[in-house]
Design a protein around this ligand. Structure first.
Ligand SMILES: Cc1cc2nc3c(=O)[nH]c(=O)nc-3n(C[C@H](O)[C@H](O)[C@H](O)COP(=O)(O)O)c2cc1C
Length: 354
């Protein structure tokens, strides 16, 4: 991707991007999303987060599977990494660049205790000096790449939350904005809130205004501002862009069970039909065919690297909202490979949908 895709997206009014989700948005699911979105998006793909410390360890080869992507279908794509060790982050960025990604993103929002113990993810909100050090070093590496190769643009971004125990974005965000990231993604919750309360859309306009004002007053480049939290589909994303004044919306959990989400016409059509058992037969069959395709690809590409049980999160979402869905879900939870899953789904299609 030689063009500066950020400049292009800044002009677009309804940017909707795919969230990084560990053990969900892996290379197989992202490829399904690219295929079923019918070229409608997402405007940016994010990988699941990858440990920069791990990428610098003997276990590196095993982790590289999380940095696999389809160079044609998944564009632009940003690799997300986490660590609190500057040297490891720098090396990981160099690797990500070499692998052909369009950008790198630093995770400063993950609330998982094992990540926080490494002083990474959300823990960096409590340690702004370390965060600044990492961001400054990362930005320098990325700037060097872009200065050396004018034909290829590589973006630098950060994803974070609005505070740790309390809402404190006015003191926290400057630690990031001072280094002029190309993209700034804000999950509208604090670390303490995890995902247990509703995202603070009531504060969205105030937060976007703060970012813009801070950048302007300090002569800093304003990043592509992306907000995140509880947005279920593209239509809702457009509304949120209007009310907040942000550039784009990141969708996470909304993608579960609907890899066609970014094609909003397709999404709305299928949503209307889904619960109606008579009209919904084709729709349910379609879902089960997508489920089978997803499972087969997963087994082929990731079967040797990851547990088959990861697919079961997807089954819960694909098999939902229609007659006999619960029984089918229970059956699928017991299966151990793609062959078994296919046989159960085909039996359901034959016996219940014909
Ligand atoms: C299963 C799961 C895994 C996640 N993994 C990551 C991750 O690797 N990196 C990250 O920045 N956020 C991660 N998140 C957070 C999401 O990117 C997003 O910020 C959050 O789910 C809120 O958005 P949503 O309401 O649209 O899902 C994860 C969330 C879920 C549910």
């Amino acid at each position: 991707m030689s063009l500066n895709f950020i400049e292009k997206l800044k002009k677009k009014k309804d940017v909707v991007v795919l969230a990084p989700m560990a053990d969900v948005t892996d290379c197989v699911f992202r490829e399904m999303i690219a295929k079923y979105s019918n070229k409608s998006g997402p405007d940016i793909f994010w990988t699941e987060f990858v440990s920069a410390d791990g990428l610098n360890s003997v276990g590196r080869e095993h982790l590289k599977i999380d940095l696999k992507f389809n160079k044609k279908l998944e564009r632009p794509i940003i690799a997300q990494i986490f660590s609190s060790k500057k040297e490891n982050i720098i090396n990981a960025i160099k690797l990500v660049y070499k692998l052909g990604f369009d950008g790198v993103d630093l995770n400063m929002g993950c609330p998982d205790k094992t990540i926080e113990k490494q002083l990474s993810g959300s823990a960096l909100i409590k340690h702004p000096a370390i965060a600044r050090e990492i961001i400054e070093a990362s930005k320098k590496v990325v700037d060097d790449f872009n200065n050396k190769n004018k034909k290829r643009f590589f973006s630098f971004s950060v994803k974070t939350r609005i505070g740790y125990n309390k809402i404190e974005y006015e003191t926290w965000f400057p630690n990031i904005l001072d280094y002029e990231p190309d993209i700034f993604t804000v999950h509208l919750r604090t670390r303490k809130e995890m995902s247990l309360v509703e995202a603070h859309w009531d504060l969205s306009k105030e937060i976007v205004d703060f970012i813009k004002k801070y950048c302007k007053e300090n002569n800093l480049k304003t990043p592509l501002i992306i907000l995140n939290g509880d947005v279920k589909n593209v239509e809702e994303a457009r509304e949120k862009i209007k009310i907040s004044g942000c550039d784009g919306i990141m969708i996470g959990r909304g993608i579960f069970g609907t890899p066609w989400l970014f094609d909003d016409k397709e999404y709305n059509k299928r949503l209307e039909q889904n619960l109606d058992t008579k009209k919904g037969k084709d729709n349910i069959t379609f879902r089960l065919k997508v489920l089978m395709e997803h499972t087969e690809k997963y087994e082929k590409v990731l079967g040797k690297h990851k547990s088959f049980n990861i697919m079961k999160k997807h089954y819960k979402a694909y098999v939902n909202g229609f007659d006999n869905a619960k029984d089918l879900r229970i059956e699928l939870m017991l299966r151990k490979d793609a062959k078994e899953v296919k046989s159960i789904c085909n039996k359901f299609i034959k016996e219940k949908l014909n």
